[in-house]
Design a protein around this ligand. Sequence first.
Ligand code: PLP
Length: 310
Amino acid sequence: MLTPTEKIWHNGHFIRWEDAKTHVLSHVVSYGSSVFEGVRCYETAQGPAVFRLREHMRRLLDSAKVYRMELAYSVEELSAAVLELLRVNKMGACYVRPLAFRGYGEVGVNPTKNPMEVYLACWEWGKYLGEEALAEGVDVCVSSWNRMAPNTLPALSKAGANYMNSQLIKMEALANGYSEGIALDVNGYVSEGSGENIFVVRDGKIHTPPLGASVLPGITRDAILTLAQEIGIPVVETIVPREMLYIADEVFFSGTAAEITPIRSVDRITVGAGRRGPIAERLQKEFFGVIEGKREDTFGWLTPVPVLVG
Ligand SMILES: Cc1ncc(COP(=O)(O)O)c(C=O)c1O
């Protein structure tokens, strides 16, 4: 359950957590007209710092642009507001949820007369698939649900409505005793998890589905591509047939929530040795090295949160 924090940012002002409410007839409630982000603040050796803040805010604005939503704030303004939010709430490690939606006004499908509401909230949050999952790996299935077809719901936009599809994938997986589902795209190729990008390793080379395979352009996905390059592991963005999952040496998820989570079985078929493989482990070492402040932040991924004085 959520533990409330003191303040939420709304359209440029701080309000109390309890006051962050919207009318039931807001456009978003009927039509799913929202875009959002999920960002993590980590407790590093040098104090709290936000992981890839600007990239998340840029993706929020990109997601909004696709839907002709005009947000009144720039990447810089939103990034500064997130830091201020974390400062006033005196947060250490936590999750940040930027959210923009079509509010109250008209009730028809055409959203252009409804005001945009922008919120930034944060709360304490632990590991998504569990602490153990990071070391042991998780058991997943291929979903009977596909990701959205191209030119239906745009996958590059992190819109609330896309998560109706994610919910189908996640609920089915849990109902069948798996931790997560992997969805195929409309052509039957591997796309992504309900809330994670996916990587498949075979013979020392990493494969991940391209942006054209209905995936979200994950910010952790990008971090993995960058880290893999840095440490000299070959990585390709390419179409991944379903059966690659079964014959892979390693499969793992990436995401703000999942971080880097190894997959030890797919559809009850053991992946590789049935536990975290060496490439996932090496990438975890680099990734956690950055976010814990234990290795140099070579790529400038961390933004320190200013400390509240007085
Ligand atoms: C559908 C989906 N794919 C991938 C990801 C991973 O993206 P990121 O690494 O930016 O969190 C997420 C999480 O936001 C997601 O919801």
